[in-house]
Design a protein around this ligand. Sequence first.
Ligand code: 5GP
Ligand code: ZN
Length: 137
Amino acid sequence: MSDCVFCKIVAGQIPSTKVHEDELTLAFMDIGEVNPGHVLVAVRPHVENIYGLNDVLAAAVFRTTARVARAVKKAYSPEGVTLYQANGAAAGQTVFHFHLHLVPRYDRDGLRLTWPTKNPPREQLEANAAKLRAALE
Ligand code: 5GP
Ligand code: ZN
């Protein structure tokens, strides 16, 4: 897609600092890194979000992610690693080309994702799950 920044990175039209590339994926450093070793793993074709991933791309992107995660662990020995992946502006997505963040984590490193737990009754969980089972393709 001509106005997509990650398509331009994939095509080599704008510079990026690459960690790994293969036929279907590209892993490169996030220009706005939270901590050293913050890597983005993107799919090569222009797929806007998770809904557009076929099984082959989905498997490839997670295979690369797991591989780079092992490298992050070996290279930086972080206290933890967070995978972050946003779909849609409401979810925090700013670049609309599927990618996943691998963020090395440390105690009190300032990264916060608030998680407002609701603890619904079991019946509500059952109803939610039934709705999802009916929607599975
Ligand atoms: P999102 O919020 O969509 O998950 O995150 C997009 C990420 O892409 C941001 O963390 C941002 O720093 C990164 N980013 C945006 N433009 C560029 C770029 O041109 N090069 C690189 N390496 N990263 C970018
Ligand atoms: Zn793109």
